[in-house]
Design a protein around this ligand. Structure first.
Ligand code: ATP
Length: 629
């Protein structure tokens, strides 16, 4: 422990000369030799002052000459001669790292007495154990030439060190020794040295002042930084508060989002359920609708009696009676006609719109995926073209343009339930038992009958994206269709016109796809050569018209009698209409047009009797035309 209690107080670290060493042993010796309290106090003060000096010097970089002043102070009058030998000096090298920090407690008081623990547990005169005081690196210059006096001290000075003692002993005279007299006071130093020291002091003072200013500046900067730090801390606090708010807001939003998601999921599920129910109900509705249509008859027949024309004012029209809403009887003079029942009887009072409203359900079946045929039948001039094509004015529009409007309107409604539709149009004319394309410069169309199915080679197909596109197509067809003036009709159709709609439908949800066909047929009118007064080409036309209509009637009659062979092949007209007449799976409606004039009663009666036959013709239930994949 004693070795740890060394107190190295180095004066020569600041001034050239030998180092002064107070070892634990020295202190111990000092006390054991019963130095007076005064001496010990002096040593104590010296130690303190040197300690303070070291710290101040470290902080202010004071010069070595200041330490000389301290040494001089003590050497001049403080330590007794007997103590000097104890304060031996020796050269010591101290590590810079061992320099005590300014916070290190100062040595306080040395104690005297035999029972001191100095040398065993540490120096009791110092608050910090002496041994813990560091060594300080020093230069090796002699402190003063007078230090040799210390080496000649009394017999009690036993710890003088080696050969360097004479040069290294600090001038530390005591009051009791004559060595004091040998100490060199400042006043006795050479003037040059004093001037140098003073200059050094002045420099030190200036440096101290500079340092103090720097310290002040640094303090101000520190203060500013403290203020900034406080400000930053306040900002940080604010940011933390905001972050907390944002966090809580985020949590609230997340909770709301969660609730919304749950609601959305529930509503989506509910929606899907509703859609499914809607689809199911729509399917049921369709089936019911088609069942109702099917129950009305195999070939549905309606009769339309046109009004009297201005050219017919001289004729009478009292021969036709309407015993019931769906009944008609045509009298021939005084002979009462048979009352016949039909799907519908349209009197001359029925407008174009009224007629269409009564048959639109039938056309709707085409959107539902069924093949549908609507045929206008009747003698020449009875109003077939008027019923099917109509006039240019909106209220005069016939079934063909109204069907276009209806199909687009209804398809939009069905699109709400997930259906998508594609429409395309083809217009075919059968003139003199040959087929032509009414939308392609009257190009010839070749009919091929394979397995009860007719293929129309060369017939152009025109996609229809908008309802407004139908107008130009109809005008083209009107222009290409053969008409001529006859005695019976100023604009008599000399051909059969078939307006064909191809309808493709697809529903994403159910995966159902259908391809159906709607045929709107404006037949040429049957006529008698005598009445129509046609000759030449028109006679040939009339013959072909009558022949094709005769085959049509024959096919319907044989279909009704469930004959094994129905001669559809005998005419191009019956080949094209085969699927509407019983060989296929179409829903078919025939509108029989009647001339109201009494003088046409025979022909009108023949027409309704044929219509009645058609009504009884079984053509089988229509089948939805689903696409198979
Ligand atoms: N319901 C009606 N209301 C008013 N006019 C009509 C009606 N039906 C037909 N007409 C008129 O009667 C005339 C003959 O009609 P339309 O040309 O349609 O007969 P059609 O049966 O087609 O004759 P064809 O077989 O010779 O072509 C036309 O002038 C037409 O405008």
């Amino acid at each position: 422990m004693a070795s740890r209690l060394k107190a190295h107080v180095i004066t020569r670290e600041v001034a050239p000369g030998p180092d002064l060493l107070f070892s634990a042993k020295t202190c111990h010796s000092l006390i054991c030799r019963k130095f007076s309290r005064k001496v010990i106090e002096l040593v104590d003060n010296f130690l303190k002052e040197i300690f303070v000096f070291r710290h101040v010097r470290k902080a202010t970089k004071r010069s070595a000459s200041d330490s000389d002043c301290i040494a001089e102070k003590y050497s001049s009058h403080c330590l007794s001669r007997s103590a000097i030998p104890i304060l031996t000096a020796r050269r010591t090298t101290m590590r810079a790292s061992a320099i005590p920090r300014p916070t290190e407690p100062l040595p306080n008081t040395l104690t005297t007495g035999r029972h001191s623990t100095l040398g065993h547990t540490g120096c009791p005169t110092l608050k910090k154990p002496i041994g813990s005081l560091p060594r300080v690196a020093t230069a090796a210059k002699p402190l003063a030439t007078t230090s040799r006096a210390g080496s000649t001290s009394s017999a009690r000075s036993t710890t003088l060190r080696s050969s360097t003692v004479a040069n290294k002993t600090i001038a530390a005279p005591t009051a009791r020794t004559s060595n004091m007299a040998r100490a060199v006071p400042v006043s006795s130093r050479p003037p040059s040295e004093v001037a140098s020291l003073k200059s050094e002091i002045t420099k030190l003072k200036e440096e101290l002042k500079t340092r103090e200013e720097q310290l002040k500046l640094t303090s101000e900067v520190l203060e500013m930084q403290k203020t900034n730090l406080t400000h930053s801390n306040a900002q940080l606090e604010n940011a933390k508060i905001k972050l907390d708010l944002v966090e809580s807001f985020k949590i609230t939003l997340e909770e709301q989002l969660k609730v919304l998601k749950e609601n959305m999921q529930q509503k989506t599920a509910h929606n899907e359920e509703m859609c499914q129910q809607l689809n199911e109900k729509e399917a049921i509705l369709r089936k019911l609708h088609n069942d109702v249509v099917d129950m009305r008859g195999q070939i549905r027949v309606a009769v339309r009696v046109r009004p009297m024309l201005k050219t017919e004012e001289e004729s009478s029209n009292d021969g036709i009676e309407y015993p019931a809403v769906n009944a008609i009887a045509i009298n021939q003079g005084t002979r009462k006609g048979t009352t016949l029942m039909f799907e519908k009887v349209f009197t001359p009072l029925f407008s174009q719109k009224d007629v269409f409203v009564n048959i639109e359900d039938f056309i709707l079946s085409a959107l539902h995926g069924y093949n549908v045929g609507l045929i206008a039948f009747g003698q020449t001039g009875s109003g077939k073209t008027h019923t099917m094509r109509g006039g240019d004015a909106e209220e005069e529009e016939g079934i063909i343009p109204r069907a276009a409007t209806f199909l687009f309107r209804e398809s939009k409604k069905l699109e709400a339930t997930g259906w998508k539709f594609e429409f395309s149009l083809s217009f075919l004319e059968i003139y003199n038992n040959e087929a032509y394309d009414l939308l392609n410069n009257h190009a010839a169309v070749k009919l091929r009958l394979v397995n009860q199915t007719v293929t129309l080679d060369g017939l152009s197909d025109h996609p229809l994206a908008k309802q407004s596109e139908i107008g130009s197509l109809l005008r083209t067809a009107d222009k290409n269709r053969k008409t001529a003036a006859t005695k019976c009709n100023e604009y008599s159709s000399r051909s059969h016109a078939i307006y064909m709609w191809k309808i493709k439908a697809h529903q994403q949800a159910t995966g159902i796809s259908t391809s159906s066909m709607l045929k709107l047929v404006d037949l040429a009118g049957s006529e008698r050569a005598k009445e129509s007064g046609v000759i030449g080409q028109q006679f040939k036309e009339m013959t072909n018209i009558n022949q094709s209509l005769s085959v049509l009637q024959k096919c319907i009659s044989l279909q009704k009698s469930k004959s094994q062979h129905v001669p559809y092949r005998d005419s191009k007209l019956t080949q094209v209409l085969m699927d509407c007449l019983g060989a296929g799976n179409s829903k078919t409606m025939v509108v029989v047009n009647i001339n109201p004039c009494n003088d046409q009663a025979t022909e009108s009666k023949r027409s309704i009797e044929f219509a009645s036959k058609m009504r009884d013709t079984h053509i089988g239930s229509a089948v939805q035309q689903r696409d198979l994949y």
